[in-house]
Design a protein around this ligand. Structure first.
Ligand code: NAD
Length: 435
């Protein structure tokens, strides 16, 4: 339902804004932070309008023959938010909750994230409305190939490079790479990242996001004068990002006192043996029933007694309702959008140091960038090289965001948006408007 107002640019960006005014809408969360940072930067009116609009929005119908012979048609999206700094970069998710507005918000987030870590990419995102858990492997492959063919004109190592996101993985990236390569009549590894290492994936990509979280958490502790040794950490989500962040922080000397997944959480004031928790999850799929600690809910985990809280599962878990109860001194946002805009002010008032998502979880896209570079160069790096280069970029980015925060007396989230918007705007000014 679109509405007409005196602010046409705003309405064009969010045509269904009447249905998305809630605290928990990711597009609202992104736009409210964007607006504030743009104001602090004194962004000129023309650029403000340009950066509030996605460059391209593609909607496709994806027919898939089911195993039983019937045909179903799914809706797929690909949004290129901004490509001024380089090819668009952004994941593809297969989920029943995918909407065009969500894909737009995520594509914008990717634009800011790539600019924060200063890698030469723009931002994009894609999604198909489907329930992959109700599809066979064959159906999923046909869906992936048909969606890829439908958006193939936008894809390419120089134009738009997908990666895995919710419910897509290395297997799906391999199908996308094959479909694209068949169309081009030669193998093009650099068209996607997050591929299996055997076919052009990068060493260290799987651990990259958690490793990045560990690096910036260490930087934040240093900034606050808190030792990593003995720092008490609580991690929500024990998947790729959460489990690796927990493991690496433990290896660095921290004590992980709580972890959780969708089945619930576990707390142990003396510290959890993360290798042992990982083994339990490998065997039992979920944390529920893990015996070496006390059972807690996900809500209790967020407000438990700890120094560092790592939300690494879902968006919108820290809201205006629970922000006041959070005890951590540092929040490292492993997930995308775990904190609502409404919670920001409360966390700031409490003096909690938030490492914002577009910085904290940028390790993943940074190593995706390394993968793209390696594919294009045809020369592959060992894991130590990948990890060292990742560490250098994450530490530099942390310092640059912290420097911006100090200079403008703003928090790290506002500073990260200011830094990235400024970088994207600078390129727009240099390139000018193509008439
Ligand atoms: P994952 O699927 O590997 O793990 C997700 C974890 O969250 C699982 O342990 C799951 O049980 C848990 N979870 C799901 N629903 C929950 C709920 N209601 N309450 C508590 N826990 C719940 O996913 P991931 O790759 O680790 O991604 C986690 C977050 O990090 C997402 O927001 C994702 O967008 C973001 N992220 C991931 C990467 C990456 O490289 N994987 C990069 C950047 C950002």
């Amino acid at each position: 339902m679109s509405s007409v107002s005196s602010r046409p640019s705003q309405d064009m960006v969010r045509p269904e804004k009447d249905t998305f005014l809630g605290e928990e809408n990711p597009f609202e969360a992104m736009m409210s932070r964007f607006d504030y940072a743009a104001k602090r930067l004194n962004l000129d009116a023309g650029l403000y309008k340009v950066l509030r609009h996605p460059e391209k929005q593609i909607i496709v119908s994806v027919p898939v023959q089911r195993d039983g012979g019937d045909v179903d048609v799914f809706t797929g999206y690909r949004v290129l938010y901004n490509t001024s700094r380089g090819p668009a970069k952004g994941g593809i998710r297969f989920d029943l909750n995918v909407t065009l507005d969500e894909v737009k918000a995520l594509a914008a987030w990717m634009t800011w994230k790539c600019a924060v870590v200063n890698i030469p990419f723009g931002g994009s995102k894609g999604g198909v409305i489907c329930d992959p858990s109700a599809m066979s492997t064959g159906e999923l492959e046909r869906l992936t190939r048909c969606y890829t063919s439908a958006i193939i004109d936008t894809l390419g190592p120089d134009s738009d490079v997908p990666a895995p996101d919710v419910n897509t993985n290395e297997r799906v990236m391999a199908w996308i790479m094959d479909t694209y390569s068949m169309h081009k009549r030669h193998t093009v590894t650099a068209v996607v990242t997050g591929k299996p290492v055997e076919m052009g994936g990068s060493m260290g990509r799987r651990e990259a996001t958690g490793r990045g979280c560990m690096i910036v958490t260490k930087e934040a502790l240093k900034r606050l004068g808190m030792p990593i040794k003995g720092a008490r950490v609580a991690v929500q989500g024990f998947g790729n990002v959460g489990s690796i962040t927990a493991r690496l922080l433990t290896e660095a000397g921290a004590i992980v006192v709580a972890v959780s997944d969708k089945s619930g959480g576990v707390y142990n004031a003396k510290g959890l043996d993360i290798a042992n928790v990982e083994a339990w999850v490998r065997e039992n799929r979920f944390l529920a029933g893990y015996p070496k600690g006390e059972g807690i809910t996900n809500d209790q985990l967020l407000t438990c007694d700890c120094d560092v809280l790592v939300p690494a599962a879902l968006e919108n878990v820290i809201t205006s309702k629970n922000a006041a109860d959070i005890q951590a001194k540092i929040i490292c946002e492993g997930a995308n959008g775990p904190t609502t805009a409404g919670a920001d002010a409360i966390l700031e008032q409490k003096g909690i140091f938030v490492i914002p998502d577009i910085l904290a979880n940028a390790g993943g896209v940074t190593v995706s960038y390394f993968e793209w570079v390696q594919d294009r160069g045809g020369y592959f790096w060992d894991e130590e090289t990948v990890n060292n280069r990742l560490e250098r970029i994450m530490r530099r980015s942390f310092d640059e965001v912290a420097g911006m925060a100090d200079r403008h007396a703003v928090n790290m989230r506002v500073a990260s948006y200011m830094l990235s918007i400024d970088r994207v705007a600078a390129v727009h000014r240099l390139r000018g408007l193509y008439a």
